[in-house]
Design a protein around this ligand. Structure first.
Ligand SMILES: C[S@@+](CC[C@H](N)C(=O)[O-])C[C@H]1O[C@@H](n2cnc3c(N)ncnc32)[C@H](O)[C@@H]1O
Length: 188
């Protein structure tokens, strides 16, 4: 499959626009997700915050036939679009649940790649998300550069979060001015 542009993307973007959903991952982050997913043969992948499924479509485009993706959201509206468009792919499971609850119930060392794209797993439940990574596992986040839709005071949250990520022992940290601003931890 051509990971430069998974075929589901255009359909998801069209339906997300009709829903008025404006929190989709962009294509630069999508390409990064596909590349990271491709680095994990038979990988177990977790996405926190399905949205309408753009991140999931990119992840699936990079995953091999034996890899599995679990994607979690609390809102059946956008996630319903993702399920409609991507649900025919038996590598993906959709979970309609709070991401924090899912992380609390996740056994340590369960995932090879986590895309934390909701509040839980990022600004809450970070310990649980990082514990869920296997050695060599990758934790990826975006939306770290100032965005027009940030609530007042959110820069303070982001600054504290980035300082926390950088200080974590047992991980390699990197931060990139790519797309909306990306950071990555890789578990040693
Ligand atoms: C930035 S969007 C996700 C975009 C998607 N990952 C993509 O790549 O296009 C954030 C999503 O998190 C969901 N969300 C909000 N609170 C949540 C929670 N507590 N647990 C899980 N998902 C949550 C929202 O419904 C929204 O769909």
């Amino acid at each position: 499959m051509d990971t430069a542009f998974p075929p589901a993307i255009a359909e998801i973007e069209r339906r997300a626009a009709a829903l008025g959903f404006d929190m989709n991952s962009g294509r630069k982050v999508g390409q990064l997700l596909a590349s990271l997913a491709a680095s994990k043969p038979c990988g177990q992948v977790l996405e926190l915050g399905t949205g309408c499924g753009l991140g999931a479509a990119w992840l699936l485009s990079g995953m091999d036939a034996d890899a599995k993706l679990v994607t979690v959201d609390t809102d059946d509206g956008p996630q319903g679009i993702a399920r409609d468009v991507l649900g025919g792919d038996d590598r993906v499971s959709f979970v309609l649940e709070d991401g924090g609850k899912v992380l609390e119930q996740t056994a340590p060392s369960s995932f090879d790649l986590i895309f934390a794209d909701a509040w839980p797993g990022k600004f809450s439940h970070l310990d649980e998300a990082l514990a869920a990574l296997r050695p060599g596992g990758i934790y990826l986040v975006d939306d770290l550069l100032p965005q027009l839709n940030w609530p007042d005071g959110h820069q303070t949250n982001v600054d504290a979060y980035l300082a926390d990520l950088k200080a974590r022992e047992g991980f390699a940290f990197t931060q990139m001015d790519w797309a909306t601003g990306v950071a990555m931890l890789v578990r040693r």
